[in-house]
Design a protein around this ligand. Structure first.
Ligand SMILES: [Mg+2]
Length: 379
């Protein structure tokens, strides 16, 4: 099935984002959060999310919170929302107590198996909730979160949740605008198809991947180096290259580097919110490699490397510089590489590893930031 047909899900907490946080067991206790009707009805109408309510309701069904005292206000809330066009495709309410350690209780995902079957677009799904456990739920599901608290509290978010949380706000209007602006949640991916008389290349890159994919260039040592890029950049890369290897490796190496550079440049888009600079100092056995990289928009290569042999196996070492020069040209970055003398295989491999880790740092996107890391206003 085409991924585009998969629906992204909006997982909505109830207490703290739709109605105020309370044990809502009477009609009098239903107090709506300002702006919730307009915003959710806009998101329902203009977005294409599957709407799922996910709520912990502690101890419903016990003497202190009888089931019908929960049900009646809940029905009223849903009916009022429905009157504004806000309907839910699914309701997932957990009635356990924290001490029950129930797997369905947020941030547990025990109630949410159906979304993990591959039929939903979890990568573009978003949890909205007012607690860190809501952000943790998103983390556990592999989707993103909007933390519904005043932006001044954003530094209180636990460190490992910072990449999951894409927006911090307790303003429903701002949240609706954020969610409906697809450029913010869009994955940074690109595809390059490059067919010439010398090579045929197909390449997909996802900058926010997990280092999955495959590379196939029919040049074993080059594949080994590109595997380092895959692993150490964290990009998902699918690369297939068929070149005129009966001539030599030159065209294949150059065109793969140009395609990779182009793919990274296109996936970066306007470069808003990115780190821009990346650097890495990396040792491998007898050698020390240093790489610094800047997505400045201006290509340049600083090459402080000397190899004592012309070949690693059957791979010409002169192609290593050519790879990095071509990448720098196509991605429009400054790239500086240096490696100490030593075993040539180690020199080349350390350079590729350091390059990949510098790349990962430079493309890192700060989820709360829309800033362009330049005083010029353009990169
Ligand atoms: Mg809540």
């Amino acid at each position: 099935m085409d991924k585009k047909m998969h629906k992204a899900v909006l997982f909505l907490d109830r207490d703290g984002i739709i109605v105020i946080e309370d044990q809502i067991d009477t009609f009098e206790r239903i107090i709506y959060i300002p702006g919730v009707f307009g915003a959710l009805s806009r998101i329902r109408k203009e977005g294409s999310f599957h709407f799922a309510m996910v709520s912990n309701q502690d101890g419903v069904g016990t003497p202190s919170f009888p089931q019908e005292d929960f049900d009646k206000p809940q029905e009223r809330i849903l009916a009022t929302l429905q009157g504004e066009g806000i309907t839910f495709d699914d309701l997932h309410i957990d009635f356990s107590l924290p001490s029950d350690n129930c797997p369905g209780r947020k941030p547990g995902i025990g109630m949410l198996d159906k979304y993990r079957s591959g039929e939903y677009d979890l990568a573009n799904s978003v949890v909205i909730g007012d607690r860190q456990t809501d952000v943790r739920l998103a983390y556990n599901l592999g989707c993103k979160a909007i933390w519904f608290v005043p932006p001044s509290q954003k530094d209180e978010l636990e460190d490992d949740l910072k990449d999951t949380c894409i927006f911090v706000s307790d303003n429903w209007n701002a949240i609706a605008s954020f969610l409906l602006d697809e450029t913010k949640t869009k994955l940074r991916t690109s595809e390059v198809i490059r067919n010439t008389r010398e090579t045929e290349i197909s390449l997909t890159v996802n900058l926010d991947g997990t280092g999955e994919g495959s590379v196939h260039t029919h040049i074993p040592f080059f594949d080994h180096m590109l595997d380092q890029v895959l692993r150490h950049s964290g990009f998902d890369i699918k690369l297939h290259a068929q070149g005129d290897l009966v001539v030599d490796e030159h065209h294949t190496v150059e065109d793969v580097a140009l395609s990779l550079g182009q793919a990274v440049r296109e996936a970066l888009g306007e470069k808003r919110g990115i780190s821009r600079y990346g650097f890495e100092l990396l040792t491998m056995d007898d050698v020390l490699a240093e790489v610094a990289l800047d997505f400045s928009g201006r290509p340049s290569l600083l090459w402080d490397v000397s190899f004592s042999r012309e070949y690693v196996g059957t791979f010409p070492t002169e192609m290593v510089q050519h790879f990095f020069k071509s990448f720098s040209d196509a991605s429009q970055c400054n790239l500086a590489l240096k490696v100490s003398e030593g075993n040539v295989h180690h020199q080349v491999e350390a350079l590729f590893k350091a390059f990949s880790r510098a790349l990962k740092k430079a493309v890192h996107k700060y989820p709360h930031s829309d800033a362009l890391p330049s005083t010029k206003g353009v990169l």
